[in-house]
Write a protein that binds this ligand. Structure first.
Ligand SMILES: N[C@@H](CCC(=O)N[C@@H](CS)C(=O)NCC(=O)O)C(=O)O
Length: 230
C-alpha cells in the first residue's frame, strides 16, 4: 500500500485530464510522485481510490484520494494557497472563469471528442458545432486576452489556460489523425495564438507527450470507437 504522506498522482500519459492536474501541481511547485496507470489493467489502488468512476486522474494527498480533474484543480488551488492562484480571488471573477471552464469542457472538449469518434455526416455535424462553439469562445476570451499578456491569468497560467492547453495543445496530432484543422488560425486567430503561446510555456513543454506516440493513441481511440459503432 502507498504511504500516508505526501502527494501522489495516478495518471495516464496521454490523458488530457491527467495533464490538467500535473500542470496545476507543477505551477504551484508541489512535489509529487507520479504513478502511470495502465487503463486496460488498472491498479488495485486506483480501483480503491476511485470506486465510482475507476478513472484517472486521482490525486492522493496524505493518503486521502481526490477524484475528478476539475475538483482536483480547485483542491490544489485551495490547499497550496501560494501564488500563482489558479482561480481569481474575487467571487464574481471566479464565477466567470468557472463558467468558461465549463464551456471548455462541455462545448469544446466534448464536441471535439465527438468529432474524433464519428464519421461521415455525423462527423460533419459535430465539426460544425465545434466551429460554432470556438467562435463564441473566441469572442468570450477577448476580455481576458488583451493588453499583451500571453495568458488569461496575465504572466501565469490560470484555470482557463490549463484547460485550453490540455485540450487543444496537441492540435498538430489531432490534425494528423483527422486530416483537417479544428483550431484554425484564420478562423480563430486569438485562440490559435493563445494556444501557441501556452504550448511554449516551460511547464507545458515539460509535459508534452511525444507527437508520434500521441498520434498512435488517437488513432487507436478513433478506430475502437468506430468499430464499436458498427
Ligand atoms: N470526468 C473525469 C474524466 C476522467 C477520464 O475520462 N479519464 C480517462 C482517461 S482520459 C480514464 O481514466 N478512463 C478509463 C476508463 O474509462 O475505464 C475527470 O475530469 O477526471
Amino acid at each position: 500500500m502507498e504511504g500516508e504522506n505526501g502527494v501522489k498522482l495516478h495518471g495516464m500519459w496521454g490523458s488530457t485530464y491527467s495533464k490538467r492536474v500535473e500542470l496545476a501541481l507543477r505551477l504551484k511547485g508541489v512535489t509529487y510522485e507520479y504513478i502511470e496507470e495502465d487503463l486496460s489493467n488498472k491498479s488495485q489502488q486506483l480501483l480503491e481510490y476511485n470506486p465510482v468512476h475507476k478513472k484517472v486522474p486521482v490525486l492522493v494527498h496524505n493518503g486521502k484520494p481526490i477524484v475528478e480533474s476539475y475538483v482536483i484543480l480547485e483542491y490544489i488551488d485551495e490547499t497550496w494557497n501560494n501564488a500563482p492562484k489558479i482561480l481569481p480571488e474575487d467571487p464574481y471573477e471566479r464565477a466567470k472563469v468557472r463558467f468558461w471552464a465549463s464551456y471548455i469542457q462541455q462545448q469544446l472538449f466534448e464536441g471535439m471528442s465527438r468529432v474524433v469518434t464519428s464519421q461521415g455526416e455525423a462527423q460533419e455535424k459535430a465539426l460544425e458545432e465545434v466551429f460554432a462553439s470556438l467562435g463564441v469562445f473566441e469572442e468570450g476570451m477577448k476580455e481576458y486576452l488583451h493588453g499583451g499578456d500571453p495568458f488569461t491569468n496575465g504572466e501565469n497560467l490560470g484555470l482557463l489556460d490549463i484547460l485550453m492547453v490540455a485540450t487543444f495543445g496537441p492540435y498538430k496530432a489531432h490534425e494528423q489523425v483527422l486530416g483537417f484543422k479544428m483550431l484554425d488560425p484564420d478562423r480563430n486567430p486569438l485562440l490559435f495564438s493563445w494556444v501557441a503561446a501556452t504550448n511554449e510555456h516551460p511547464l507545458v513543454k515539460e509535459l508534452d507527450p511525444p507527437h508520434d506516440k500521441l498520434v498512435q493513441l488517437l488513432q487507436f481511440i478513433k478506430q475502437t470507437s468506430h468499430a464499436r459503432s458498427h
